[in-house]
Design a protein around this ligand. Sequence first.
Ligand SMILES: [Fe+2]
Length: 233
Amino acid sequence: MSLIFKQLFERESCTYTYLIADSDSKEAAIVDAVDIMMDRDKALLEELELDLKFIIETHIHADHITSACPLKKYYPNARIVIGMENVDAEACSDIMVNEGHILNIGKYEIATIETPGHTIGCISYLVENKLLTGDALFIRSTGRCDFQGGSAESLYDSIQKLFKLPDTTEVYPAHDYNGLSMSTIGEEKKFNTMIKESYDQKAFIKNVNNLNLGLPKKIKVAVPANQSCGLIS
Ligand SMILES: [Fe+2]
């Protein structure tokens, strides 16, 4: 009788996928699944005899292709979930969520928190004390804000909202590039190099503008594919 919570890694884009399930009811959700790791994810679902109920995206990714649609072929009852602002993905999604939506996995509730800024339609998901932050809040860093409707002002406000959660809330990002796996809200308020508690919005915007990152290698393929939930035309 417990929450199954697995953090899974994909090396090429340093993406974390999360598998969340109720060990009793066997209902499961997968968050930010990556196309090239679908066999691993399917094998794990089968091994644990889980019934995939939700295929959840934190946002439209630019660095990898989601396996949402391909996975749904194997689990036709699963519902694809994405933030309401992602209008391009409306046609391929089953549930468009905004603030305060609840997704039930057996006796567990996954609650949605709107955290725009990295892109326009980013959603964070909270289950028990575990917060899946997508590309809004990273461990000691944050997502970039320079494409797909990104806005440093919005990301600042989004992260201030997350910082109101209890300090013991565990933070699970969609990526880590430094070998770290999880953090807490309390730690990030103290040590995040982009947006620690003492930084005001101006300081954060300056930090975001100084990121100077190249474009993700797969952006031209990944964005349109992800706007179709992983179907490549
Ligand atoms: Fe992203």
